[in-house]
Unconditional design. Sequence first.
Length: 404
Amino acid sequence: MEFFRNTNFDFLGKKWYFLAFSLVFSVAGLFSMLFWHGIPYGVDFRGGTLVYVKFAQTPDDNAIRAAMDRAGLHNVKIQRYNESVVGSNEVLISVSEEETNEQALDRSKLLIINALETNAPADKQDLNNASVLALKNYLLQKDPLRAGTDADQRYGAQAQAIVDYRDKTKGGVLLSVDELKGAADPAVVASLQDGFFVSNFAVRNVEIVGPQVGAQLRKQALLATAYSLAGMLIYLAVRFEWIYGVAAVVTVFHDTLITVGAFSLMNKEISLTVIAAILTLIGYSNNDTIVVFDRIRENLKLMRREKLSDIVNRSINQTLSRTILTAGLTFLTVLALFLFGGEVLHGFSFALVIGILIGTYSSIAIAAPILVAYQDWRSSRGRPVIAAASRKESNRSEQVKARV
């Protein structure tokens, strides 16, 4: 199957337009990383506490941030979570945290609960954020069922039934105590009116990553990216010529810069899954570049008397159909993942959507012009043009000539 047959697009003739396009997006990303949002590291890399909060109504980010400031929690990050689900009303609050123990988890959770509970009765507990143990202890003290010797077991079962109904049936947030009628004993529900009130939110989950672990993960992510670029440079220098490796590494660096810049411009957090997507992008972009390079090498043998720019243009046109088919199908897959994959995979799929578009573009618009620019530079200095074949093939040709 082919989309294009015998095309003759002058890609190298548009190289200055391509360069302008790349410069605009690269510089915009760099400015954002240096002067605007910076590199928006996720909690995986900077360390801290993630608190997942569900609201009864649509949350107001500014009101949440103001509440955090009043509680002494500054520079928190607030991000809408699970927006694809209608009525989810979930927010992810990221708080810097120096400690990594259970006390730090409880402290962060308690601080956020206290910050969000405005006008809360001083003598009552929040039913939406009450644990099974807190409910059980309250019922044991009140003893609304006159349970006697099996009070611990009966009230434990009642407390568990209340929490299960709240979390599994009502999605974590009750609108009133009366909603528990039918989920627990009427006497138990009646007794809750005296000791509990219902807020408009519930803390659903708390996660923590220590700053030392985050720094180590950040270092390992940078090393993984650097090693992959170095490996490609060595492979292409051996397989083709060193300039091919340089062109491929510059191209992949260009793709990575624009992808990370897009995250910075849109203030999307870079997590471990995003790093995995960037490493995937490096391999994908490099594969597409090698296909074009391989066709250039083949055509250099067949069209020895033509200019390198014409050979490169011909090679790109010959691989264009394959590039469009491969990139198009891959793009549709990651686009579906981006649209329907959910919040957990959102950063991963966003990186791949941007990366595949830029990676396909750069194989044509960045890698190939670098080869031609290098050849023109060598010609201007009176040096021979770049070698067409790999070193093994060049040695084989020299041996054949020597025999003749």
